[in-house]
Design a protein around this ligand. Structure first.
Ligand SMILES: [Zn+2]
Length: 130
């Protein structure tokens, strides 16, 4: 039985509605950070509040990898998705044949196995076309 190991502790959770990314927000200037920042990197305030990010955003940029990488078999896609809270998130993208990538298309977060490491399934977040 494989263990499910999160790629980063405390960065995401699974909910009945699907995957949710966990960020935080500066109580002083409102800047949002994902992954969470210990203090605001914009105004250096230390008073931060937790924030669950929206599940859907827009594709900002992407690329298709055609060379084998350490963990991903080609072709694989990676890119940036901008969420309504104003954060731009770099993540693997799920390739869906019927929904080719277009800049600004709607994407949603999914929590999924990224790769296998011995007996561990490394679990992380991805985005897929809506
Ligand atoms: Zn701030």
């Amino acid at each position: 039985m494989a263990n499910r190991v999160p790629i980063r502790e405390g960065a995401f959770m699974e909910s009945p509605a699907g995957g949710i990314l966990l960020a935080n927000k500066c109580k002083s200037c409102g800047e949002v950070f994902f992954p969470k920042a210990v203090f605001c990197l914009s105004c250096f305030n230390e008073d931060m509040e937790d924030l669950r990010l929206s599940r859907k955003g827009k594709l900002y940029s992407y690329t298709i990898g055609l060379m084998a990488s350490m963990h991903f078999e080609p072709p694989y896609a990676i890119g940036y998705v901008v969420l309504p809270e104003g954060v731009r998130i770099f993540a693997p993208l799920e390739i869906v044949e019927s929904k080719p990538f277009r800049i600004d298309m709607e994407m949603e977060v999914i929590i999924d196995k990224l790769w296998q490491e011995d007996d561990n399934e490394v679990i992380g977040y991805k985005f897929k076309p809506v």
